[in-house]
Every structure is written in structure tokens, then in C-alpha cells.
Design a protein around this ligand. Structure first.
Ligand SMILES: Cc1cc2nc3c(=O)[nH]c(=O)nc-3n(C[C@H](O)[C@H](O)[C@H](O)COP(=O)(O)OP(=O)(O)OC[C@H]3O[C@@H](n4cnc5c(N)ncnc54)[C@H](O)[C@@H]3O)c2cc1C
Length: 314
């Protein structure tokens, strides 16, 4: 039986997390259909998509969760897939939750694997446990945990593109995005950055983040932070890494003055390497770190920045 995948876009291309969702979806059924809202994306054939359906309605130019769920539901009615899959992004989880509520269907979020007997393995409690569950339904709704499944290409030809005109009531647009606020890290997305320089309470103040910004600038990195920092109003919530923030998977995560609470580690444990800078040699983050510098970050961070500048000027 077929499988239907909601694909999200970032800067006109398919979002990396949607490509990861497609990799898992291929194990759930065939052929793979994809739904893109508003605009077509190219290159999905290489990820195993046979047909890309593009939902078209002028009102879909901005994100509206109920409207997206209506599009997905109407296409599912037509295609009768065995599963509807989305990336485990805020949007993916929200849209599938809407669809599940409308259809009174079970929904498994943050799945990382599907067994041959249909059992799903999913991440729970901020990544501290894996749960095996059976979805008791003819139509399975699931999202794929970010950065837990690798996006992989297959030898597929270009996907056929079909326009799809959903029947959408005005009430579907009651909740919709009306504005976008620029974030301080505009340009380098926290979720996609190869290097993240992150600060916690130990940074001491909003101004203290200036030295982290400087280091990040030299490393082409994004700046992240802990929840203590967002609660104190030093940085916006969009910068928060963790269970209730962004999940990151950079090559290098530099944690400055962050203790390493489980809720924070839930957001950065996908990093290939973690460097902790902390004045406390017993800080819990050292259990997750690959490298550590013990000392005052107000001395260590500028020292690293100075060395980088020296190396870059040679
Ligand atoms: C439901 C729930 C969800 C949560 N979600 C998140 C989340 O998404 N993300 C998140 O981050 N937290 C989250 N938290 C909060 C989490 O439990 C911790 O409270 C928080 O991560 C601690 O932030 P911190 O490491 O910056 O501060 P602290 O725990 O206070 O640690 C500060 C660290 O800085 C070090 N330090 C101090 N001064 C210096 C210095 N001059 N130089 C070097 N090091 C120094 C200290 O040794 C210490 O290790 C959540 C909590 C709950 C209950």
C-alpha cells in the first residue's frame, strides 16, 4: 500500500528533516506520495517519491495548521495510504495532531524505526528512553524524530507533479502565520548549523553573549542557549536548545557555562562532538562532552577567539 508524506520547504528547497522523514516512509509502503503546500519542490524523485502533489490555494501562502491538516486529510482520502508521515518539526507534529484529532486516529510522534511487524520505536522523555509501540489503526499517522534517521537517495527518476485543489473553509485559516520576526542568528539556522556556540547561566548577562557572537562569527556558527537564558530574557526562545527548544545536530557544539541538565542534552546530543567550557570540573555536561576546558568562560572564550583570529590572519 502507498504512503503519503508531508514535505516542508526551507528557502525554496525541501527541508532536510522532510528528507529524513522520506527515508523512514519508504519502509512503510510503496509508492511514496508527497504533499507540498503552496509550491512545488524539485529533486524528490531521488528520495523515492513517485508523485508530488502540490496543494494550491492563495490562502496557503502562509502556514495555517488546520488548513494543512485538511489538505493532508483530503489527499489521504483520495490515495488511501497505509500511513501518513511528516517530519518531527513543530509544524509536522502540529499538523498531524490536528489530523489525528479530526479523524479520531492514533498518532505516534518522534518515531525512529518501524519493525517488519509494524511496531514503531519512538523517542520519549526528551530522548532518555525509547518506546516500542503498536499503532492499532488501518491508517497510521506518525512523525519522524529529527536527526535520528539519515536522509538517503535512491535511484529514482524525477517525481510526477500533480496540482491538488483542496476544499478549504474559511474557518481553517483562523489560526495562521501573519508575521515573521527576524532572529539574531538570521542567516545561519540553529537547526542546520555545522557549529553551534551555546551559552548558559554562566555567561552571566545578555551582554555576555557578545563574546559568543564574536566566536560564532569566526566559526560561521549559530548561537544557541539554555532555558535559563531565555527565561532571563537574555536571548529569544528561538535560540533555545533542548527538550522544549530546538534539537541541533552540528559537527561541533560548544557549551559555554551550561551545566548539562537532561532537558538541555536532549537538544544537543545529536552533535558529533561536544566541547564544554565550564568552571566546575564536576558539571554534569562533562559526562556528555568529548572535550572540556575547565575555567572561567570570560577568559577562555576570548582566548579561543584571539587564537582563531591569529590563525586566520596568517
Ligand atoms: C519541562 C522542562 C523543560 C526544559 N527544557 C529545557 C530546554 O529545552 N533547554 C534547556 O536548556 N533547559 C531546559 N530546562 C531547564 C533545565 O532543567 C535546566 O534548568 C537548564 O538547562 C539549566 O541551564 P544552565 O545550564 O544555563 O544553568 P545552570 O544549571 O545554572 O548551569 C550554569 C553552569 O554554568 C557554569 N558556570 C558558571 N559561571 C561560569 C563561568 N564564569 N565560566 C564557566 N562556567 C560557568 C556552572 O558551573 C554551571 O555548570 C527544562 C526544564 C524543565 C522542567
Amino acid at each position: 500500500m502507498s504512503v503519503l508524506v508531508l514535505v516542508e520547504q526551507a528557502d525554496g528547497a525541501t527541508d532536510e528533516l522532510s528528507l529524513q522523514a522520506l527515508a523512514l516512509a519508504r519502509d512503510l509502503g510503496s509508492p511514496v506520495h508527497a504533499l507540498s503546500i503552496g509550491e512545488a519542490v524539485t529533486g524528490l524523485g531521488a528520495y523515492g517519491v513517485e508523485t508530488l502533489h502540490v496543494a494550491q490555494d492563495d490562502r496557503l501562502s502562509t502556514y495555517a495548521p488546520a488548513a494543512w491538516a485538511a489538505c493532508l486529510g483530503q489527499l489521504a482520502d483520495r490515495l488511501q495510504p497505509s500511513a501518513v508521515v511528516a517530519a518531527g518539526t513543530n509544524r509536522g507534529n502540529e499538523v498531524l495532531a490536528h489530523l489525528a484529532a479530526r479523524r479520531d486516529l492514533p498518532f505516534a510522534a518522534n518515531v525512529i524505526a518501524v519493525g517488519s511487524d509494524g511496531t514503531v520505536t519512538r523517542v520519549r522523555w526528551g530522548g532518555s528512553l525509547l518506546e516500542e509501540a503498536r499503532i492499532d489503526s488501518d491508517l497510521r499517522l506518525l512523525t519522524v524524530a529529527p536527526h535520528m534517521v539519515e536522509a538517503a537517495t535512491v535511484n529514482g527518476s524525477e517525481a510526477a507533479v500533480e496540482a491538488f485543489e483542496p476544499a478549504l473553509d474559511e474557518t481553517e485559516f483562523v489560526v495562521r502565520v501573519v508575521d515573521h520576526a527576524e532572529t539574531p542568528t538570521a542567516g545561519i539556522s540553529l537547526a542546520e548549523a555545522k557549529v553551534v556556540v551555546s551559552g548558559g547561566r554562566g555567561v552571566g548577562s545578555a551582554d555576555g553573549f557578545g563574546m559568543l557572537e564574536e566566536l560564532a562569527g569566526l566559526l560561521n556558527a549559530a548561537v544557541g542557549c539554555s532555558r535559563v537564558v531565555t527565561m532571563a530574557g537574555w536571548r529569544p526562545h528561538t535560540d533555545q536548545v533542548g527538550q522544549t527548544g530546538t534539537k541541533v545536530a552540528p559537527d561541533l557544539y560548544i557549551a559555554c557555562g551550561i551545566s548539562g541538565a537532561t532537558q538541555h542534552i536532549a537538544g544537543c546530543k545529536g552533535a558529533k562532538k561536544i566541547l564544554a567550557i565550564n568552571s566546575d570540573a564536576e558539571a554534569p555536561i562533562l559526562a556528555s562532552a568529548d572535550y572540556a576546558v575547565i575555567g572561567d568562560l570570560a577568559e577562555i572564550v576570548p582566548a579561543i577567539t584571539a587564537e582563531l583570529r591569529k590563525a586566520q590572519s596568517q
